[in-house]
Design a protein around this ligand. Structure first.
Ligand code: TYD
Ligand code: MG
Length: 465
């Protein structure tokens, strides 16, 4: 007798399910995201696939004070950048989703991590499960990266039930699944990569990871809107979400943690993609400022805070006479609406006539300066481009700007100044700092800016153009 099939519709973005099709998802409001999926009903009661894998024991409540303080056991990689983003190494039994656009370097990163553990004395294999590339393709890549692969085992299994069986037999130290979108559960008839398949497969792997105390890396491709297929459900299932990002036309890549049950989020690691694979960048500020032109109007150095880490980046602006009725405002790496607001504040509070100017802002190297602390740097770059005067030498700028033109304080000013000092800068244009006695400015000369017109008069005075 043929098994009954339940037909339903599911939002590819948020996983919202419904018996009827919607043009617009009632939950996440996305358009055209619903796809039809079919799920086979379980064959007989008790043979349900969940009941097969669930533990037969009923959990008992335990008192919290019976637990002694423990550190999570972790695997440490030679790459400190990866350890930092993971919160101090890879926790045993944790499931880490590595999300990123196709071609950004996810497979390369993970294969290199395995390569680093290759020579470790351990009898357990490092299992690389690939549904995307053939074993031969992975072999070619490993050769290119100089990885011998004494401990690395390759497996081309995409059936998640058989895969979990293999993992139980092999008992590897770490498992990489490249990618979770290629896996399928045989009880579901929907295609691999569909929301229900991705969710079901991940669910199986998470239970396997917890039962066997093996850490898993799951590669997840990101759709062009920037979400992992079936994102909300998938992100809830895993312990850690790492996002690997970067401008594909640039060589460097950023590894970020956007969720971490075993460490802080918002940490960032920086890598450079070269012909021998990825290399960690220990001093990213140097990399971002490498090609900066000196003594040119319209460029400002800004100490951006990424998580707990300050990075020195270059903010550029160009203000030119507008040839259209409505002046252009455009920004790359900075919020366009915020730029429009800052230009209005410059016009109204500092009397800078920008209504006849096209203004472009660019944060160099594809970095996103999304914190309000970048406001003062953006304004300084615009003023500098408009007046044609450069900023004083070896100067950084940061501060948030309010609608009345006041410059507001920002978080972690001292931490930013430490990085500023490390990179050989000597001066900072920054907001007034209330508690001066306890404030460590790391020897940086502080020029306190309380309002936007003060910034304008200071930059207009500078005659180094
Ligand atoms: P890949 O790891 O296949 O990306 P993903 O798994 O995220 O889809 O990386 C592919 C890109 O990396 C490819 O465009 C070539 C580049 N690359 C290098 O520049 N150097 C190298 O040594 C390797 C292995 C890849
Ligand atoms: Mg890949």
């Amino acid at each position: 007798m043929a098994a009954k099939q339940k037909v339903f519709y599911i939002c590819q973005d948020c996983g919202y399910q419904s018996a009827q099709w919607y043009g617009r998802c009632p939950d996440c409001q996305g358009w055209n995201r619903f796809v039809e999926e079919r799920e086979q009903a379980p064959q007989a009661p008790g043979k349900n696939r969940r009941s097969q894998t669930q533990s037969p024991k009923h959990p008992q409540a335990v008192s919290l004070h019976e637990f002694s303080p423990v550190e999570f056991p972790r695997i440490s990689f030679p790459w400190g950048e990866v350890n930092r983003v993971l919160g101090g190494g890879l926790t045993l039994g944790s499931v880490v989703l590595l999300a990123g656009q196709p071609g950004i370097g996810k497979s390369t990163l993970l294969l290199q991590l395995f390569g680093q553990l290759d020579s470790k004395q351990d009898t357990r294999p490092l299992l690389y499960v690939s549904g995307e590339e053939s074993n031969q393709q992975i072999n070619v890549r490993a050769q290119r990266l100089g990885i011998k692969g004494q401990r690395i085992s390759l497996l081309g299994e995409t059936n998640v039930v058989r895969l979990v069986e293999q993992i139980r037999t092999l008992s590897p130290e770490i498992v990489i699944i490249d990618s979770v979108q290629t896996l399928f559960h045989p009880d579901l008839s929907s295609v691999p990569g569909s929301v229900s398949q991705v969710r079901e497969s991940t669910d199986h792997l998470v239970r396997c990871a917890k039962e066997m105390d093996i850490p898993f890396f799951l590669v997840g491709h990101v759709t062009k809107e920037g979400s992992v297929a079936g994102p909300m459900t998938l992100e809830h299932l895993v312990d850690t979400v790492l996002v690997f990002e970067g401008d594909q036309s640039q060589n460097y890549r950023l590894l970020r943690s956007s969720k971490n049950r075993f460490g802080p989020t918002d940490e960032v690691g920086v890598f450079e993609m070269v012909s021998e694979g990825l290399q960690e960048v220990k001093n990213p500020s140097e990399l971002f400022l490498r090609e900066r032109a000196q003594n040119v109007p319209g460029t400002v150095v800004f100490p951006l805070l990424e998580g707990t880490r300050p990075l020195l980046i270059e903010v550029q602006a160009l203000a030119t006479d507008s040839s259209y009725g409505v002046p252009m405002r455009n920004a790359v790496g900075f919020d366009k609406n915020r730029l429009t607001m800052l230009l209005a504040v410059l016009e109204k509070r500092a009397g800078l006539h920008l209504s006849g100017q096209d203004v472009y802002v660019n944060v160099v190297g594809g970095i996103k300066a999304s914190e309000p602390a970048a406001d003062l740097a953006v304004c300084a770059a615009v003023i500098s481009s408009y007046t044609g005067k450069t900023l004083p030498d070896k100067t950084v700028v940061f501060g948030e700007i309010g609608l009345t033109g006041e410059v507001r304080s920002v978080q972690q000013a001292s931490l930013r100044l430490r990085e500023v000092q490390k990179l050989g800068f000597t001066r900072g244009l920054l907001p007034s700092l209330p508690a001066k006695a306890s404030f460590d400015h790391h020897g940086i000369e502080m020029m306190e800016i309380s309002s936007i017109d003060m910034l304008l008069s200071l930059l207009s005075m500078n005659t180094s153009s």
